[in-house]
Ligand binder design. Structure first.
Ligand code: SD4
Length: 340
């Protein structure tokens, strides 16, 4: 009996004594945006910071216009203009830099980094965020391309402005273009428009990284939703919604139907779940399920990473969801696809 007690005590203590080495540095990225992952990994493997890895990694997608859904020349709004949302969060200081509806500046995540590093603010928006960027030395240029103009012309002239994001207005937004005027709610109860998330409308690069010092950072960059109402800002630049990072726990990032997702702060929730001891996969599942309980048809995904390099993801409303990982256990990046 005594021996059995000793054995049980030993096994119990052992659980706490066996400390596995952290799997850092490490970076994870939403979708199959591997070029951004490779860039971030280059930074991390040279001993660079997680913040630099996130900024430089997401910048690659902005330049390469990943799937036409990050950076310039994608997702024209109702006026045919492309505007950008981006966020970067430092899990060491809990400082945030973000821009929403940024006009005429291509490098949104770098402008967000400037908000983080050169201001005491967290979030700048619209035309005045552009003024800030110009003051910081960024070049002002049109974000439209012949592709984005074509896309808009087709939407406007052939598809009669379908789909759009209006409800309770006249003329009937499910048939006609605007300008619209409000009507009383009970005159037209049009259901909320769901964003179609597919290869060319998934829009957001979200990245989470831990560097070799154990510092965590997360970030996003997107051109948002196609045919959005001008001025619309999605979930991506909102801390806790698009991404979140905390050195004490890890980080998370989200992608999908931002108008719905930002109501639930899924990245914050995933990090808090990991703080409570949930695995990254469980944490991401909890965040996604919380949204699905209210909006069963929403489409989106959450990726999560602990400060020790454990990772996972969860998704909803699409058949499957890929994300990319690179760490020191892999010679090259790996795309992991999960079923939703
Ligand atoms: C947005 N969340 O602006 C972004 C778009 C996206 O998958 O990630 N779609 O709503």
């Amino acid at each position: 009996m005594f021996k059995l007690l000793i054995l049980l005590l030993y096994l119990g203590l052992n659980r706490y004594l066996v400390v596995s080495e952290p799997n850092i540095p490490v970076v994870i990225t939403t979708w199959w945006f591997s070029n951004s992952t490779v860039k971030a990994w280059e930074v991390l493997k040279e001993g660079g910071s997680a913040l630099d890895a996130i900024e430089q990694g997401a910048s690659v997608c902005e330049v390469q216009q990943c799937d036409g859904t990050v950076g310039y020349g994608g997702s024209p709004d109702e006026n045919s203009e492309t505007t950008l949302d981006a966020l970067i969060m430092d899990g060491k200081t809990m400082n945030v830099g973000a821009v929403g509806a940024l006009r005429r500046i291509k490098s949104a995540i770098s402008v967000a980094r400037h908000v983080l590093e050169h201001t005491k603010h967290s979030f700048l928006a619209g035309e005045l965020a552009t003024q800030f960027a110009v003051q910081m030395g960024f070049k002002e240029e049109s974000l439209s391309t012949s592709e984005s103009k074509q896309l808009w012309l087709k939407w406007h002239n052939q598809n009669h402005c379908q789909p759009n994001f209006w409800t309770s207005v006249k003329p009937d937004p499910s048939k006609y273009c605007g300008p619209y005027h409000q009507i009383k709610k009970n005159e037209d109860m049009r259901p909320e428009v769901q964003m179609i998330v597919d290869k060319y409308n998934h829009d957001t690069i979200g990245m989470v990284a831990v560097d070799s010092n154990g510092d965590v950072a997360a970030g996003t960059s997107t051109n948002g939703a196609k045919y959005k109402i001008p001025g619309r800002v999605g979930d991506s630049p909102i801390p806790g919604a698009g991404a979140y990072a905390d050195n004490e726990v890890g980080g998370a990032a989200a992608t999908g139907d931002g108008d719905i997702m930002l109501r639930f702060l899924p990245s914050f929730l995933a990090v808090e779940e990991m703080r409570r001891g949930a695995s990254p996969t469980e944490a991401a599942q909890t965040a996604v399920k919380r949204i699905a309980a209210h909006y069963p048809d929403f489409m989106g995904a959450v990726i999560a990473l602990t400060k020790t390099g454990q990772y996972g993801a969860a998704c909803h409303g699409i058949p499957s969801f890929p994300y990319v990982i690179q760490d020191k256990t892999r010679n090259i990046f790996e795309v992991i696809t999960i079923k939703c």
